[in-house]
Design a binder for this molecule. Sequence first.
Ligand SMILES: [Zn+2]
Length: 91
Amino acid sequence: MAIYAFTCEDCGPFELWRPMTEAAAPATCPTCGASARRVFTPPGLALLAAPMRRVLDEENKSAHEPEVVTQRRGRPLPHRHEPSPPWVLSH
Ligand SMILES: [Zn+2]
């Protein structure tokens, strides 16, 4: 058995123990049941990726928005455009 990291588009990363012979098999998200992509990351790091990504998002947002805000514009739009982290191989 080995641990493999996957990521769900909605719920974020998770890890699964599975036989190495099933490493390439599709995984389903334990939270929502959607199919999840395999991510290639050292074991134990996948669960750290979500908070790290949020921090990066915050940094990106403050880089794009000026410090001076003259009026509130309500809730910010959902952050839909997320670049893949470098350890995700896109196919
Ligand atoms: Zn999910």
